[in-house]
Design a protein around this ligand. Structure first.
Ligand SMILES: *Cc1c(COP(=O)(O)O)cnc(C)c1O
Length: 413
């Protein structure tokens, strides 16, 4: 850990957007100009006091920041080891951390004089958060969504429509997230003057991984201060789930400089190690390119992304944010796995012991913490980023993994 030392928290990508050899912008020529414009604009506003003031005001009065850090006493005592603390991002307006970067991106679009924001969405969580920010700031909002997902995620499609967004079903390819990204970028290229692309995680071409991380870093700043105030010292371990990696980058960025804090990114191990049964990019991926950036990637011999799976639809992405790849290579962050089963057990345990129904994504982070806590001392602590609430997952969980099975302790996945 010595090789990373200080200053890591200020670590920026190089001017081409690379974290080590990851990231960059592998995009067609016309998009290059557009991305450069966004980069320049972002670098200008990010230290502009009036921008920061407006964003902070909205975070405090609209989103409900700061979100608390909560000591999960009953869960910790049941596990019989380290004390588990939760950063309650589930308490944000709209129920997850995604509003943090959507608000920033929408505000930037407004500053740039754009009329519209557009984005892709898979399960619809990013679409709902962006539609919310667009309604708040009086922007139009087009959300591209694979036709298959439109059918599967009906409640989120309805939410987006109620919020005033236009949902555009994508009928090309497999009609899922990957095709939605392509369609949204195409639409963006047609009208980059009046629209801005607002990506859903710390992925995509430069400057998005840096920008989304910066907007999420409020989570880590708050959590570090709150934890210190509660305990007089830093947590021994910080844990977050990793899909694209935005909630994880948010909380990690508060602790990267603290060499004594061990940091864990938890990927979905799904139902097993076979291709198509998980989305554990760091565990099973190799370096490749997807959606305009270089990263660890689950890919076939032709470099095409492999099918991925997780019980948590927000985690099933075959790539991962470039800064995570870099943090893995320099061994500052360890990337580990929680399975569907780990997540489900924690989904029920957190509900029963703490009265908190977590998102299945967040339940992966809790699940990993629950696996390591019993092996740690009672005076040790784990801080988990609880990225979202689980109302959206309720029906799915109850249908597939009934309560009776949990109560009999026979939760076979
Ligand atoms: C979308 C989502 C995630 C995964 O996205 P990241 O960019 O990896 O944070 C995690 N948790 C919740 C609740 C989500 O909605």
């Amino acid at each position: 850990m010595a090789k990373i030392e200080k200053r890591l928290n200020e670590l920026q990508p190089d001017e081409k957007g690379f974290f080590g050899t990851y990231g960059g912008a592998f995009i067609p020529e016309p998009l290059v100009t557009v991305m450069n414009e966004i980069s320049e604009a972002y670098l200008k506003v990010k230290d502009d006091p009036t921008f920061i003031e407006e964003l902070t005001m909205l975070q405090n009065t609209y989103t409900g920041r700061p979100t608390p850090v909560y000591y999960a006493k009953r869960l910790s005592e049941m596990l019989g080891g380290a004390k588990i603390y939760l950063k309650r991002e589930d308490l944000n307006h709209t129920g997850a951390h995604k509003i943090n970067h959507c608000l920033g991106e929408a505000l930037l679009a407004k500053r740039l004089g754009k009329r519209k924001v557009i984005a892709e969405t898979g399960a619809g969580q990013h679409g709902v958060a962006l539609a919310t920010a667009a309604a708040l700031l009086g922007l139009e909002c087009d959300i591209y969504m694979g036709e298959v997902d439109v059918k599967k995620q009906a409640p989120n499609v309805k939410r987006m429509k109620v919020l005033g967004a236009k949902v555009v079903p994508v009928t090309s390819g497999t009609k899922t997230l990957k095709d939605a990204v392509d369609a949204a970028f195409e639409a963006y290229l047609e009208d980059p003057k009046t629209t801005m692309y607002a990506i859903g995680s710390v992925v995509g071409p430069h400057p998005f991984p840096m920008m989304v991380r910066d907007f999420q870093s409020v989570v880590g700043r708050e959590a570090r201060e709150q934890f210190l105030e509660m305990n007089g010292k830093l947590p021994n371990k910080v844990v977050a789930c990793v899909g694209g990696g935005s909630n994880a980058m948010g909380i990690f960025s508060g602790f990267l400089d603290d060499g004594e804090v061990e940091i864990y990114g938890v990927e979905p191990g799904g139902r097993g190690p076979e291709p198509g049964d998980h989305a554990a990019t760091m565990a099973y991926g190799t370096k490749g390119i997807i959606h305009g950036f270089a990263c660890y990637l689950l890919q076939d011999e032709q470099g095409e992304p492999l099918p991925v799976y997780s019980i948590a639809s927000g985690l099933d992405y075959p790539g991962v944010g470039p800064q995570h790849c870099y943090l893995r290579d320099i061994e500052r962050v360890k990337y580990v796995i929680a399975t569907d089963r780990d997540a489900l057990v924690s989904f029920y345990n957190l509900s029963r012991l703490e009265g908190i129904i977590p998102a299945l994504e967040s339940a992966h982070a809790v699940g990993y913490a629950a696996n390591i806590a019993p092996k740690m001392g009672r005076d040790e602590t784990i801080l988990v980023n609880l990225s979202g609430r689980g109302d959206k997952d309720m029906e799915y969980v109850l249908e597939r993994y009934p309560l009776e099975a949990y109560e009999r302790q026979q939760l076979f996945v």
